[in-house]
Design a protein around this ligand. Structure first.
Ligand code: PLP
Length: 421
């Protein structure tokens, strides 16, 4: 591990040796009133806009203007197959085979569609296990699935909680829950990287545990995709979903990704909701055929997708491809370790980083707990030009991301935090 030093000169030195530093200029960095770059640490919430996004969207607007409906087949990038342009890079990023990945719908919608297939409760085995501080949308989604199948959403929900006085979930506790209740649990559904603590779970370990007890296992990787090495195929998970507007910089509310493990690729008996886009591509437009299920993750599509949003995803994935996802992970580790070093260097007993300190158990986000702080701390940071995310009761979530954040961003942020405290 690198031994870091304090001081601005050292931050500049790290930036000079950063082989990805020039990618910052490929993004629009929000500015303050005086035209200076803000320190943007909210890539875990909404990633910044790549400068190439506009031209990718313009291309499709132009083809639509020029060709109308013919754009589906005659456009420069025929819309009929547009989602296939995204598959390979997306599969690389999440560690999956091409046929295991599709971009479609929005995130919570995909979570529901996956649960249509992978949450098949019976009176004996109907419960769902989630982590205690799950992202609210995920919690609401699984509760509504329980109710939809006629079960009580309190009794049916089992929470994997951190121990009293601790912040992070513990695998021994998960084992304990499964030993105790495994035969009642139909689905284990965990946020791959917890949004609040930044804890990156061991997906393979959780999957193995769930499978040993006969449960289906799925992950919401919204805070993981583009941020950590998810290695979804090897995790063995049954399904995963994620969004593309956080670490994958595709714009507000953009489309979601879904992973279905190849062992389910040709299973036509799995319950699922279908539409014309789940039907065999060759015969889709004959329109009167009996339904013929597309194999693989694509078989979960319903609708012809919004091309303008996909163009933004393609623009962003092309930047990732150019940078190399492994290079991004390398830099990310350095940025966050350096960030941790500087925060610890403040020697302030009111500050505690609740994110795991081992780089394998986190992505770029650090969740910084500040004793007795309130929202005014966040507001002061904002006034000082640092964009972070405040979570009640006392946590600032900060995500320096490798494509557009610099080591000087990290240095300057910690200096400003120090001054405010
Ligand atoms: C960001 C996020 C969401 C948001 O869901 P949308 O359907 O895209 O609004 C849901 N779950 C998790 C874990 C998230 O991080």
């Amino acid at each position: 591990m690198t031994t870091y030093k304090s001081g601005l000169e050292y931050a500049k030195h790290l930036d000079q040796n950063d082989t990805l530093a020039h990618f910052r200029s490929q993004f629009h960095i929000p500015k303050d009133k005086n035209g200076n770059d803000l320190i943007y640490f909210c890539g875990n919430s909404l990633g910044l806009q790549p400068k190439n996004t506009k031209s990718y969207i313009d291309q499709e607007l132009d083809d639509w203007a020029r060709l109308g409906v013919e754009g589906h087949t005659e456009g420069k990038n025929p819309w009929l197959h547009y989602h296939e342009f995204l598959t390979e890079t997306m599969a690389d990023i999440v560690g999956a085979k091409n046929k295991e990945v599709v971009v479609m719908n929005s995130l919570t919608a995909n979570l529901h569609f996956m649960m249509v297939s992978f949450y098949q409760p019976t009176p004996k085995r109907y419960k769902i296990l989630i982590e205690a501080d799950a992202f609210p949308s995920d919690k609401y989604a699984v509760e509504s699935q329980l109710r939809h199948h006629g079960y009580d959403d309190k009794e049916g929900l089992i929470l994997w909680k951190a121990r009293k006085g601790e912040e992070l979930a513990n695998y021994e506790d998960l084992e304990h829950i499964l030993n105790e209740h495994g035969n009642e649990i139909a689905l284990v559904m965990i946020g791959g990287v917890n949004y609040y603590t930044g804890q990156f779970f061991d997906l393979k370990r959780i999957t193995n545990l769930g499978h040993q007890h006969g449960c289906m296992v799925g992950f919401d990787c919204a805070h993981g995709a583009g941020n950590v090495n998810l290695d979804l195929h090897n995790s063995g998970a049954d399904f995963a979903v994620w969004c593309t507007y956080k670490y994958l910089n595709s714009g507000p509310g953009s489309l979601s990704g879904a992973f279905v493990h190849e062992r389910h690729a040709n299973n036509k008996d799995l319950n699922r909701f279908t539409g014309w886009w789940s039907h065999n591509k060759q015969t889709r437009f004959r329109m009167r055929d009996e339904f013929d299920q597309l194999p693989g993750a694509e078989g979960w599509q319903l609708s012809n997708p919004p091309i303008l949003s996909m163009a933004a995803i393609r623009a962003s994935l092309d930047v990732v491809k150019e940078a190399g996802f492994n290079n991004m992970l390398e830099k990310s580790k350095e940025l966050t370790n350096y960030f941790e070093f500087l925060i610890n260097g403040l020697n302030n007993s009111d500050i505690k980083i609740i994110t795991p300190s081992h780089p394998k158990e986190r992505g770029c986000q650090l969740s910084i707990q500040v004793k007795n702080a309130d929202r005014s701390l966040h507001d002061k940071l904002t006034q000082a030009g640092v964009i972070t995310d405040w979570r009640e009761p006392d946590v600032i979530r900060c995500a320096p991301v490798p494509l557009y954040n610099s080591f000087q961003d990290v240095y300057n942020m910690v200096e400003k935090l120090k001054n405010i405290l």
